[in-house]
Ligand binder design. Sequence first.
Ligand SMILES: [Zn+2]
Length: 345
Amino acid sequence: MAAKYQDYYRILGIERGADETEVKRAFRRLAREYHPDANKGNKLLEAKFKDLNEAYEVLSDPEKRARYDSLQHDTFRNFTNVRESMRANAEGAAAAARAQAAHEEKAADATGSGFSEFFDSLFGSKRAAFNRQKKTQQRGDDRQVPVEIQLGEAFTGTRKTISAEREETCVACGGFGQQANAPCKVCRGQGTVSHRRQLEVKIPAGVRTGSRVRIAGEGNPGRHGGDVGDLYLNVTVKGHAYFEPQENGDILLELPLTPPEAALGIDVQVPTLSGRVMMKIPAGTQSNQLFRLRGRGLPRIKEKGNADQLVKVRITVPQTLTLEERDLYLQLGRMQRDNPRRSLI
Ligand SMILES: [Zn+2]
């Protein structure tokens, strides 16, 4: 989109060499003349007033004025000067001013500075600059790394050293992908290079299989000043010989008992993730009966404290018997009056 060249000196009706006082005086005089309050509904004067303000904004600011002055008029020779046509024909001038005003209104809507596109292209408007940046800025990709841990590590939390490929900004070309107007040889024009890197990561207590641990800022670098992505550790908790973690963080343990232990009751040592504990098995305990050891499971994720350990009884019967045992079982069998199948008959 071509911005129309704005001749600020002509708008103010002053020479290029005019000093600060002359700029101010010219502005004040014309501002009174063009002011919208004095010219309600006159679109041409409204547009002129807008131009006047823009001209004053630039020429009264030494920095902006120097920048404007440094422009060669012929840099903008492809831009039509609306004011030339305004002079030539009063009718045309009104139409041109209306067009210009409409055009600038549109431009102001789009960029937010309220001044002409020419002004924005020269000095930039904040929103235009933001949009430009937003368009080119690209957040770096997130990285996913699988991590396998032991159940005990899930219980206590752990640190792991992971080694994974990561994109890093190419040092040779500074991430631009170009060197001496040719694609960078180091990164083949990509701006990033793959780099295997070791990283120590902290895995919090209570993670489960399927948990994702986010390590902020360890993903791939962004492009054109975009944010760096994040690293996600996809956790798998390895299976355990006898602890069976449940979805809610409870830990299931199957506890084998002999028939006499189940019938008579026993104080038995039971392993937990935090060490052995003594557990009282009452007389007459049945197979599949569940006992709960409170707070002996995995740390809870959203609440405080720990889940529980569930102890499920399994009564085991010896597969081989000594003669003496066999004799005792026979005696026991003869003595037993309770029929366990009475509900089935
Ligand atoms: Zn490079």
